[in-house]
Ligand binder design. Structure first.
Ligand code: SF4
Length: 400
């Protein structure tokens, strides 16, 4: 069967047959890939030692064969055609709109997760794909090229394919290999830099040095692939916040990635870092201290044209966003507005943000919202008069 042919143009396939067309998807993707088709090319993380990460702990890394991945892509195409057929039968001419989604969501015994994922992807235009899991670039370049080509051939609507990759893997690829991947369709790589401070990279067992991050990042940029570098705010704790900010800025300045994406540390059970937190070896910063660290980092970004984004719900100030260098002053002004708040206003904002009531410091002016948050803050202060920082850290850690 050709990858683009429909298995059931008449719409008469039975429920069991339809459910058999499930394909495999991994657990995570970056927030910016919410509208992407997820294609799993490996399972779990080949490194799996970072102290601040519990996503794949206890799970064994596996490479999936090219054959297996291509079979998933073929199934995804069959589901795609099935959904288009459904849309035609409903009178929508192949378009996936709210009415088609409603039918799919309302019939979970017939249409499973794979159908719902593909339908949501089609609803958003079927233009992007993300290769899972934590480090797809670990596959042999020729295998990945074959997968990328097949994916584009099967879904000609795809214009962007992205993946996570570790710096230590990227630095082992030649620029020529990365160019071959770009030509086959790989358009963006997401790298968890976390920090550019060597001592902290060792402490967190990231398995790479600052120099390794620079070498890997530069290769990706040279190959013409869009690069997103993720910085983990709060990772330095009280001991290394300053070095974390300054050395991370230095590394970013040497790479000039297309995107700098901010994340904020949370510590949960199952993370090795939780033991260091419990023993007192690692001390979390307060919300305000993390914002000061962010300010120091941005202040020291020099000579680059990256776009900085705070696109994660755990970041306290999601408005810190803009193109460097021209928007640097604007981003620092957002931070300074927060830092200039009187103590009680800052606590109100922190609580409102963690409770998903506030999205911006300006929301403090909304009296309706304020009444809700003030009542909750008064309760917290009465119950925990001496350890509000710990309470806020718990709110952040338990958020997701
Ligand atoms: S490399 Fe990424 S996925 Fe793997 S352990 Fe580290 S943070 Fe987690």
């Amino acid at each position: 069967m050709s990858p683009t042919s429909s298995p059931d143009p008449s719409g008469t396939r039975g429920d069991e047959e339809i459910m058999a067309y499930a394909f495999e998807q991994g657990p995570i993707r970056p927030p910016s890939e919410a509208k992407s088709l997820l294609i799993r090319v490996t399972r779990n993380c080949p490194w799996n030692r970072c102290e601040f990460c519990n996503i794949y702990k206890g799970k064994t890394f596996e490479r999936r064969s090219v054959k297996e991945v291509k079979e998933d892509i073929r199934k995804a195409r069959e589901i795609y055609d099935e959904i288009r057929g459904l849309s035609w039968r409903l009178g929508f001419g192949g378009e996936v709109n709210d009415a088609v989604l409603q039918v799919l969501w309302g019939n979970s015994s017939r249409y499973g997760d794979s159908h719902r994922s593909i339908a949501a992807w089609m609803y958003f235009g079927a233009e992007r794909a993300f290769l899972q899991d934590a480090n797809s670039l670990i596959l042999k370049t020729e295998d990945l090229v074959e997968i990328l080509r097949y994916l584009k051939e099967t879904f000609p609507t795809i214009s962007r394919i992205t993946s996570y990759a570790r710096s230590s893997t990227l630095r082992r690829k030649s620029v020529e290999e990365l160019v071959a991947l770009r030509k086959a369709g790989l358009s963006r790589i997401h790298v968890g830099m976390e920090t550019g401070f060597d001592e902290l990279l060792r402490y967190m067992k990231k398995g790479v040095t600052a120099e390794g991050h620079v070498e890997a990042g530069r290769k990706v940029v040279e190959a013409g692939i869009s690069l997103s570098e993720y910085i983990l705010l709060g990772l330095g704790g009280k001991r290394w916040w300053r070095e974390h900010a300054l050395e991370s800025a230095k590394v970013i300045n040497q790479i000039n990635p297309h995107f700098i994406r901010m994340r904020t540390l949370t510590i949960r059970r199952g993370m090795p870092l939780n033991e260091k937190l419990m023993s007192g070896d690692f001390e979390l910063q307060s919300e305000e201290e993390i914002v000061r660290e962010e300010r120091l980092f941005i202040e020291h970004l020099e000579g680059i044209s990256s776009y900085l984004i705070s696109d994660h719900i755990l970041n306290l100030l999601e408005e810190v966003e803009g193109r460097l260098p021209q928007d640097k002053a604007k981003m620092l002004a957002v931070i300074d507005e927060y830092l200039a708040l009187p103590d009680r206003e800052r606590l109100l904002y922190n609580l409102g943000r963690r409770g998903q009531v506030y999205r911006s410091v300006r929301d403090l002016a909304d009296m309706g919202l304020r009444r809700r948050v003030e009542a909750a803050l008064d309760r917290l202060i009465a119950e925990h008069p001496h350890d509000l920082d710990r309470v806020f850290n718990n709110l952040r850690n338990e958020f997701i």
